[in-house]
Design a protein around this ligand. Structure first.
Ligand code: SAM
Ligand code: SF4
Length: 407
């Protein structure tokens, strides 16, 4: 979501003649887009603010702006700690961010709008809904991003179309729980059907999915609409029903496993990736073993594993954070090791095969592309291939990437 919000701001600024620079010394304004989902993300943001504060002491003209979830949660408290910060814009006010930032420069930017080229990239993100109503007991999102709102489906389709006109070939539809998208009588499956009619759009991906809301209609669209990628990110969080209940996830492990089986039957070759939290309050060795066993059984295409960290305002802060940090680290490492082992087995099976991939970008003669089920593939090639499907024979495989030759 943050990448998408940063992209959106970048497009607005570029339309007014501003451009992104690669180092502080060239910048007029530093915009720090923050996340508050885990404590670690906030610590990183603070340490970055420490570095730009020092820079500002020597370069007082530079403006510092903090936007996003951490800005929403902490508001002016950020200024108390860093008086170098000029402006704070919370996640709920993100739509007005560009104007408020431009106002910092006391120039009438509205009269300066130029017909600057809009970002031209092969893969673009489109936010289809904001906020979340699920209140998983560990999660800060409903507090900092607000109630769930689905965006007008015509607006979404128009945005996708204009991105495709500007060169995009793959659109990633984004929301905290895309499965509960509902705008008037348009649900998520019908939104995908509408987007799939866009000429020259080659691929549609989406994230994130909530297991309690993943519908048969969506599985059917994945199975029948050729533009929809065979990849789904379906956060499991835990495989212990006791922990799922206190997390307020509203599904059981059996239900989750049932979805995986349905997906795999309907969409051959589908890659399922997931999120897991270890060390949630009350997670015993047995609960953790259930999750580890599920990782081995399901054989995810990839996963993110997080050590639980209490977030202010959430229900879980009323529970005792009783899994010691060292134990969280141990469980985290075990899941990661198992997941890497499985990923290697999966990619090794792909050695020698020919994969159809969409070429996304090229740097120093090396094309970065992706299979329909989301695996990164690198190959030597020419820039004319970018935005096109190419066939690559796989010669080398690593956990997160494949290498091969165009055939
Ligand atoms: N909406 C998505 C869903 O329902 O799965 C996830 C959104 S959240 C921004 C991304 C991931 O961060 C979650 O799936 C969860 O695994 C992790 N996460 C959220 N809060 C956490 C916390 N307090 N401690 C550790 N991990 C957390
Ligand atoms: Fe957070 Fe749960 Fe909403 Fe995902 S579904 S954003 S984890 S509250």
């Amino acid at each position: 979501m943050n990448v998408c919000d940063s992209d959106m701001l970048g497009s607005v600024f570029s339309a007014y003649g501003a451009s992104k620079v690669n180092n502080l010394s060239e910048a007029d304004v530093v915009i720090l887009n923050t996340c508050t989902v885990r404590a670690q993300a906030e610590q990183k943001a603070f340490s970055y603010l420490g570095r730009v504060k020092e820079f500002k002491q020597k370069n007082p003209c530079i403006k510092i702006v903090v936007i996003g979830c951490m800005a929403e949660r902490l508001g002016t408290n950020i200024k108390k700690r860093f008086n170098s910060v000029d402006l704070i814009i919370g996640a709920k006010d993100i739509d007005n961010a560009a104007l408020r930032i431009m106002n910092l420069f006391r120039t009438n930017y509205s009269s300066k709008k130029v017909n600057c080229e809009i970002k031209s990239e092969i893969v673009r993100y489109v936010t289809i809904m904001r906020g979340c109503d699920n209140y998983c007991s560990y999660c800060a999102v409903p507090f900092v991003r607000g109630r769930e709102i689905s965006i007008n489906c015509e607006t979404i389709v128009n945005e996708c179309s204009s991105m495709v006109k500007n060169g995009a070939r793959e659109i990633i539809l984004l929301g905290q729980n895309v499965n509960s998208y509902q705008y008037k009588d348009v649900n998520f499956a019908s939104l995908i059907k509408k987007a799939a009619t866009i000429e020259n759009l080659e691929r549609i991906r989406f994230m994130t999915n909530h297991p309690k809301d993943l519908s048969d209609d969506l599985i059917k669209i994945m199975a029948t609409e050729p533009k929809v990628c065979s990849h789904i990110h379906l956060p499991m969080q835990s495989a212990s029903d006791k922990i799922l209940k206190v997390m307020n996830r509203k599904y059981s492990y059996e239900h989750y496993l049932g979805l995986i089986n349905k997906l795999r039957t309907a969409v051959p070759g589908v890659s399922v990736t997931t999120d897991i939290i270890v060390g949630f309050p009350g997670e015993t060795d047995e609960d953790f073993e259930d999750t580890l066993k599920a990782v081995k059984t399901i054989r995810f295409g990839g996963l993110y594993v997080f050590r639980y960290s209490p977030r202010p305002d959430t229900k879980a802060t009323e529970m005792t954070d009783d899994v010691p940090f060292e134990e969280k680290k141990r469980r985290h490492a075990i899941i990661l090791k198992e997941s890497n082992k499985i990923s290697i087995e999966i990619v090794l099976e792909m050695l020698g095969s020919t994969q159809q991939v969409l070429a996304e970008e090229i740097k120093n003669g090396i094309i970065k592309a992706r299979t329909k089920n989301g695996r990164k593939v690198f190959t030597e090639g020419r820039k004319e291939y970018i935005g096109k499907h190419i066939n690559v024979n796989i010669k080398e495989a690593k956990v997160n990437s494949l290498f091969g030759d165009i055939v």
